[in-house]
Design a protein around this ligand. Structure first.
Ligand SMILES: NC(=O)c1ccc[n+]([C@@H]2O[C@H](COP(=O)([O-])OP(=O)(O)OC[C@H]3O[C@@H](n4cnc5c(N)ncnc54)[C@H](OP(=O)(O)O)[C@@H]3O)[C@@H](O)[C@H]2O)c1
Length: 245
C-alpha cells in the first residue's frame, strides 16, 4: 500500500507534466496547490482538480513568498515542473537566453524550495521534493547549450539540497526525454518528425505526461522513503541505449 503525501505544491501545475502529476496525486486523495503563468490554463486545471492555485511568473521574485503563503503552513511535497525550450546554435543564443533558461529552470527551483522550506519542515513525515532535469543534461545534442547548462544546474541543486536537507526532506530529479506536452510539441511538428524521434528511443515511442507522472507519484510517496539525491531518467532508454533503428 503506497502512503502518499497529504499536501503537495506543484509549480507548473498547468503544464503537461505538472497537470498529469496533479491528476495522479488527486486520484489518490492528495490535496494540491498549483502555480502557473497563464490564467486560463491554470484556472482550468485547478477547477478540474478542485484545488487552489496562485497565478504568477517565476521571473518575478515576489511570486515565491506569495505562493508559500497561499499554499498553507504544512507541505509534504513540492514539485517544480517549470521549464523552457529554446533550441538555437551557440551563435544565435544571447546572454538573455542563457539567463532566462537558467532562471526559469534552475534558479526558480531553488527559490521555490527556499520559500517553502518552513512548510516542508512541518510535514509530519519526511517531505519530498521533485525537480526536473532533461536527457539533454547527460547526452550531448546540438542546439541545446543553454537548456543543457540550466538542467545541469538542476542536477547539482538536487545533490546539494538532498545532502543539506536530509534527513527531513528528500530531494530528487526526473530527467525525461521528449514527452508529448506543449513544450515537447514544438519538436514534433509533423508525423515524419515524430516517427523519426520515436525511433531514436530503444522503446520506440515518444513519452507521455503519464509516463513521467508515475515516477513523480512514486517519489512523492513513502515507498520512496530511502531515495534521495538521485536524478532518475524516464526516457525510453534514450540516455543509455542505442536504438535498433
Ligand atoms: N516535454 C518534454 O519533452 C520535456 C523533456 C525534458 C524535460 N522536460 C521538463 O519537464 C518539466 C515540465 O515540462 P512540460 O513538458 O510539462 O512543459 P509545459 O507543458 O510547457 O508546462 C510548463 C509549465 O511551466 C509553467 N511555466 C513556464 N514558464 C513559466 C514561468 N516563467 N513562470 C511560471 N510558470 C511557468 C507553464 O505555465 P503556463 O502554462 O502558464 O505557461 C506550465 O505550467 C520542465 O522542467 C521541462 O523542462 C520536459
Amino acid at each position: 500500500m503506497v502512503t502518499l503525501a497529504q499536501k503537495v505544491l506543484i509549480y507548473g501545475g498547468s503544464g503537461g507534466i505538472g497537470a498529469a502529476i496533479g491528476r495522479s496525486l488527486r486520484s489518490r486523495g492528495v490535496d494540491l496547490h498549483l502555480v502557473g503563468r497563464n490564467e486560463a490554463r491554470l484556472a482550468a486545471v485547478a477547477q478540474e482538480l478542485g484545488v487552489t492555485s496562485t497565478l504568477g511568473d517565476v521571473n518575478d521574485s515576489s511570486l515565491f513568498s506569495k505562493v508559500a503563503q497561499d499554499a498553507g503552513a504544512v507541505l509534504d511535497g513540492l514539485v517544480y515542473a517549470v521549464g523552457t525550450i529554446n533550441l538555437r546554435s551557440l551563435g544565435r543564443l544571447t546572454e538573455a537566453d542563457f539567463l532566462n533558461d537558467f532562471r526559469v529552470n534552475a534558479m526558480g527551483a531553488a527559490l521555490a524550495i527556499q520559500a517553502s522550506l518552513p512548510a516542508l519542515k512541518k510535514s509530519e513525515g519526511r517531505a519530498s521534493v521533485v525537480l526536473f532535469s532533461s536527457v539533454a543534461a547527460v547526452q550531448g545534442f546540438t542546439f541545446h547549450a543553454s537548456i543543457s547548462m540550466a538542467k545541469g544546474a538542476v542536477e547539482g541543486l538536487t545533490l546539494s539540497l538532498a545532502a543539506e536537507l536530509a534527513p527531513k526532506i528528500r530531494v530528487n530529479a526526473i530527467a525525461p526525454s521528449l514527452t508529448r506536452t506543449r513544450l515537447g510539441e514544438s519538436l514534433l511538428t509533423n508525423e515524419q518528425a515524430s516517427t523519426a524521434i520515436a525511433g531514436m528511443h530503444a522503446l520506440g515511442r515518444i513519452g507521455t505526461p503519464e509516463d513521467i507522472a508515475s515516477l513523480a507519484t512514486f517519489l512523492l510517496s513513502q515507498q520512496a522513503d530511502w531515495i534521495t539525491g538521485q536524478t532518475i531518467s524516464v526516457d525510453g532508454g534514450r540516455s543509455t541505449l542505442r536504438s535498433k533503428g
